[in-house]
Design a protein around this ligand. Structure first.
Ligand SMILES: CC(C)(COP(=O)(O)OP(=O)(O)OC[C@H]1O[C@@H](n2cnc3c(N)ncnc32)[C@H](O)[C@@H]1OP(=O)(O)O)[C@@H](O)C(=O)NCCC(=O)NCCS
Length: 161
């Protein structure tokens, strides 16, 4: 991502999610964190940014203080006029390959299970007792083990690491 202007990423995210995206629960989960460079990628065509994926260091915290590091995946976004052309799959596959030996925690995300389950092995089975710092639909709170990191199954709050 280093050679992509941050403003280009922000403009693409505005186009994909709307400029009111900052109020979303996903932003609160990783508040104050920097994206993980080795798990964040850009798709570029003819010098223009057409897609982006970013991952963030977050954690699951139980009431008695146990902390399990996790990696939050997303936003994943493709320029609206180029969606459904396979770019999202390429970005996710690229990130998952990097995560196989580069992630320092299991993966979690908020997304459509119809997409992230079908292609990328995410599901909501482990997240039933998880809580987030804002409103969310439990069926869209997805997770997946990776790189030997298992998912915490019990109750816990997800937040910045
Ligand atoms: C979600 C997103 C990243 C997917 O990228 P994309 O390049 O448009 O998708 P792809 O072409 O890789 O998708 C391939 C398949 O997934 C399906 N698909 C795409 N988005 C889907 C969704 N939200 N739910 C279910 N299926 C979906 C497509 O229909 C396609 O299936 P097919 O091959 O059977 O036709 C992109 O559509 C996007 O930026 N959306 C707006 C932002 C967003 O919602 N991001 C996700 C939350 S972080």
């Amino acid at each position: 991502m280093s050679d992509i202007a941050p403003q280009a990423v922000e403009a693409l995210l505005d186009a994909a999610f709307g400029a009111d995206r900052f109020g979303r629960t996903a932003y609160r989960i990783r508040q104050g964190m920097d994206a993980i460079p080795r798990l964040s990628f850009a798709a570029v065509e003819d010098g223009a940014l057409i897609g982006t994926i970013q991952c963030w260091p977050v954690a699951h915290r139980t009431a008695d203080g146990a902390v399990t590091p996790l990696v939050m995946v997303g936003p994943v976004a493709v320029r609206p006029d180029l969606q459904r052309g396979g770019h999202g799959r390429v970005l996710m596959t690229h990130m998952l390959t990097a995560a196989e030996d580069g992630a320092d925690g299991a993966l979690m995300m908020i997304g459509d299970p119809e997409y992230y389950g079908r292609f990328f092995g995410f599901d909501a089975d482990a997240t039933a007792a998880w809580d987030l710092p804002g409103p969310f639909e439990q069926r869209r709170l997805l997770a997946r083990a990776v790189n030997g990191h298992a998912l915490p199954m019990g109750a816990g709050m997800i937040g910045p690491r």
